[in-house]
Design a protein around this ligand. Structure first.
Ligand code: GLU
Length: 309
């Protein structure tokens, strides 16, 4: 019961401060000056509190309640992004900032948690199909994506970078002109890199339209090969199938072996948010929590525990 009350109160913190405040103020308010104050005051406090809880419970929408009733929160996470979503191959345990945030959401709901490993290409299908309730998987908030899914307030900002074989001699953005770059399907990477090259004046941007950009067909000054996952891009880089590997720096970290290096530039800030089904009341529930945890230092604590600061 206690867990339920805490979860409920947190979820409505931003919208029902007055209501919650009223319940606790009654409980601790000095007794009225009339006679026989003790009993009625206690009764009133109990009544006020249970009313507050009932009203707060009513604030939990049907989608959120369905997760509570199911007793398990299903979350899509990465399994090879150190510090964000990383799965120990021996124990099967996940760890990282996104894992900690997901676990705390489940704790607020008072339910168990079930992780599903997702990729940039699979995370939205799994959310759409209802296989998972939310995605915490280095998922960048973009205006285009906001048309299809809800995103929480960002909990972390990363940047895009490029990893190359040191022997290639590529050291900076300019050196990527006329090269072929490996990117993941379903990622922002190719568009970000093309935009950065155009802004720096290294390639012609006449035909660049961010709304219709397609990595598969873009060939002006830089070309892309798309892969389903990051290990495949890393293998392609070693095999010389691509000249460079482009994605968020957090994701590149695990593929930065001794004979590779990052180019000097990083660009295109990537704000990571928790994605949920569009229009779901669970989106509001999650966003209220993220906003609260950004404000009270909880997320900053997770960031530093995971060595991301
Ligand atoms: N964060 C970027 C995106 O959402 C890179 C892809 C990824 O997260 O795997 O597109």
């Amino acid at each position: 019961m206690k867990k339920r009350v805490v979860a409920v109160l947190t979820s409505v913190m931003l919208t029902a401060v007055a209501l919650v405040g009223c319940g606790s103020a009654s409980a601790s308010a000095p007794a009225p000056t009339e006679t026989k104050v003790e009993e009625p005051a206690v009764e009133e406090a109990v009544e006020d509190e249970s009313e507050a809880v009932e009203e707060a419970v009513a604030e939990i929408g049907a989608d959120t309640q369905a997760i509570k009733d199911r007793g398990v929160l299903k979350v899509g996470v990465k399994n090879a992004v150190v510090g964000f979503g990383f799965q120990d191959t021996l124990t099967g345990e996940y760890s990282g900032l996104e894992i900690s945030i997901a676990e705390k959401i489940a704790e607020e709901l008072g339910v168990d948690i079930e992780f599903t490993t997702v990729t940039a290409a699979t995370r939205t299908e799994l959310l759409d199909s209802g296989d998972i309730d939310c995605v915490l998987a280095t998922f960048t908030i973009t205006d285009e994506r906001k048309e299809s899914w809800d995103f929480s307030t960002p909990y972390f900002t990363d940047y895009v970078s490029v990893l190359v074989e040191t022997a290639s001699g590529i050291t900076k953005l300019e050196d990527l002109k006329d090269k072929t770059v490996g990117v993941s399907s379903g990622s922002t990477s190719a568009k970000s890199l093309t935009n950065a090259m155009i802004e720096a004046g290294f390639i012609d941007g006449t035909d660049f339209d961010p709304d219709s950009f397609d990595a598969a067909t873009w060939t002006e000054g830089i070309a892309y090969k798309q892969y389903d996952d990051y290990p495949a891009i890393s293998t392609a880089l070693s095999a010389g199938e691509v000249d460079a590997f482009c994605v968020d720096k957090s994701i590149l970290a695990i593929y930065n072996t001794d004979d590779r290096n990052y180019i000097d530039d990083q660009f295109s800030p990537q704000d990571y948010g928790v994605a949920t089904k569009k229009g779901s009341d669970f989106s509001t529930f999650v966003d209220d929590l993220v906003v609260t945890w950004l404000g009270d230092g909880t997320i900053a604590g997770f960031i530093s525990e995971n060595g991301l600061d």
